[in-house]
Write a protein that binds this ligand. Structure first.
Ligand SMILES: [Zn+2]
Ligand SMILES: [Zn+2]
Ligand SMILES: [Zn+2]
Length: 104
C-alpha cells in the first residue's frame, strides 16, 4: 500500500515563490518577439523574475514557455488586464493570485 499513499499524497506548495521579483514589464501591451516576426498572439504572460512579456500557449509561438525554456525562469503571471493568476512551470500548477500588473 505504500505505493498508493505516495501516489495520492498532496503536492507540496510551490517552493519557488521566493524567486519572485518586483519586475518591470519588457513591453506595455505586446509580445515583442511576435511583433518582430510580424506575428500575432492570443494572450500575454509576464515572467515574475525578469519581467519578460511573452505570449501564452494558445498563441502560435508560445513565447512565454519559450522564455522559461531558454532562461529557466519558472514563474509567470497573466499579463491580461485585471488578471493576476500565476503559474509555476516546475510544479506545473497554478499559484495563489498576485496583484494584477495591468489594470486596463
Ligand atoms: Zn514552484
Ligand atoms: Zn509571442
Ligand atoms: Zn524571465
Amino acid at each position: 500500500m505504500a505505493i498508493f499513499s505516495k501516489l495520492f499524497r498532496r503536492k507540496q506548495p510551490c517552493e519557488h515563490m521566493d524567486l519572485i521579483q518586483e519586475v518591470t514589464p519588457s513591453s506595455p501591451d505586446s509580445c515583442n518577439a511576435c511583433v518582430e516576426m510580424g506575428d500575432t498572439w492570443v494572450h500575454l504572460r509576464i515572467c515574475l523574475i525578469c519581467g519578460h512579456v511573452g505570449c501564452c500557449d494558445n498563441s502560435k509561438n508560445k513565447h512565454a514557455t519559450g522564455h522559461y525554456r531558454s532562461s529557466g525562469h519558472p514563474l509567470l503571471q497573466s499579463y491580461q488586464p485585471g488578471e493576476a493568476w500565476r503559474y509555476c512551470f516546475l510544479d506545473e500548477r497554478t499559484l495563489p493570485d498576485g496583484q494584477a500588473i495591468r489594470t486596463s
